[in-house]
Design a protein around this ligand. Sequence first.
Ligand code: GDP
Length: 367
Amino acid sequence: MYDKIIDKDNKDSALKVQGAIEQPGQVNAEYLSKYKKKKELSIDEYVDGIIKGNRTILSKAITLVESSRYDHQAIAQEIIERCLPFAGKSIRLGITGVPGVGKSSVIESLGTMLTKTGHKVAVLAIDPSSERTKGSILGDKTRMEELSNDPNAFIRPSPSAGSLGGVARKTREIIILCEASGFDVVIVETVGVGQSEVVAHSMVDFFLLLQLANAGDELQGIKRGIMEMADAISINKAEGENKQKAEIAAGQYRNALHLFPSTESNWKPIVFTCSAYSNEGIDKIWETVNEYIILTKSNGYFHKKRNEQNLRILSESIDAHLKESFYSNPKIKESLIDIKKDILENKVSAYIAAQKLIDNYFGEIKG
Ligand code: GDP
């Protein structure tokens, strides 16, 4: 039997040494498709499962959200819509920092502390690098082992939606599903390089920046924008001999933050040290988040910020839909080819060409 599988005469064949195991006969294809169909869940079953905290169903719904297939998107949107009334009740916490600063270790430590005290923690990631480089900054290593086995935690890697906008949209939708499923703390992790931290900041209530104590040059190389977004900065790996250096760095950050204008929330960003190894300061993160939530809920900023975030989603969605509709219009697609040529040959200015295309597009959709 193996003679058929192994090409004995081919000295280079990798199959020469060991024969393959004979494969069982294929399952009847018709049966298979029926069986598969039977397993498909209805929207009611999805929503019911999510609300009852069924993790398998939650994962399946997230897969639909992440899918680029039109039919999957249609179901996903309906599920999200029906989950919305059950969402919004979590604390959304963003954590950023350069690779190696200890984000996953801190999340593991914080997440475990939270689940031990009765919280349900979802960890989502925003990592647009995964699509571009085919390897992600966040996801390559074995991460958060303890938390991944914790029944009260749910970890989902970044959707690989290509563009940052796509990843952002999907992550926001996944937050809704997780909240509807009873997760009362949602941690959004992102790498503090590029623009992904801006996007993460736009969907969380509280934003934590993790830093390291680097002898002498603490404040160099860190983007001012990130510091302005941070509600707290924590210097990680502050244990043993490193503790003192971390405290010095913390002092420098505190001084730097004094120079920043006061925030609309009335919250004064704070700086402290922590260690994911010794767990010192990890409780301080949660304490700080709670202080922030109490302050901003009492002065109205918490809801104002969430409302603003929602309105931003509205305008971003409109932008995305218009763009998609414009570029997928067959007439526009065709004219674009000629117009690009005309621009390259200096026959028409890019502004006039754009205006012409847009007029054509609106003419098209009118009638
Ligand atoms: P991430 O890339 O920001 O997610 O960082 P990781 O959590 O993967 O941590 C990067 C490296 O730093 C790993 O080798 C960790 O073991 C180590 N690390 C993380 N937190 C601490 C800490 O609190 N103290 C020490 N000494 N090392 C840490």
